[in-house]
Design a protein around this ligand. Structure first.
Ligand code: ZN
Length: 81
């Protein structure tokens, strides 16, 4: 188990990207000039009353809305500079 102050947690740990389905379909169909799906999609991420929402700003659509079910989860907002 990692300690809360483990700075290795502040490095890139993403194992599975969250993507907008519509952005993904457009990118895979070659309908964009972007080199990567990450370059094409424009995601907004933020906390809501329910939990955390990822929003596609390009399409104005919900990507995912994670329900924290009233739980207060541990979050680390430090960054390595
Ligand atoms: Zn999109």
């Amino acid at each position: 188990m990692r300690m809360a102050n483990d700075v290795s947690l502040l490095t890139l740990q993403i194992q599975q990207q969250i993507v907008c389905d519509r952005c993904s379909r457009e990118f895979l169909a070659g309908q964009t000039d972007s080199r990567s799906l990450q370059d094409y999609t424009r995601l907004g991420v933020g906390f809501t009353d329910r939990g955390l929402q990822v929003w596609c700003r390009r399409h104005g659509l919900n990507v995912v809305h994670i329900d924290f079910d009233g739980q207060e989860l541990t979050a680390d907002f430090r960054c390595l500079v």
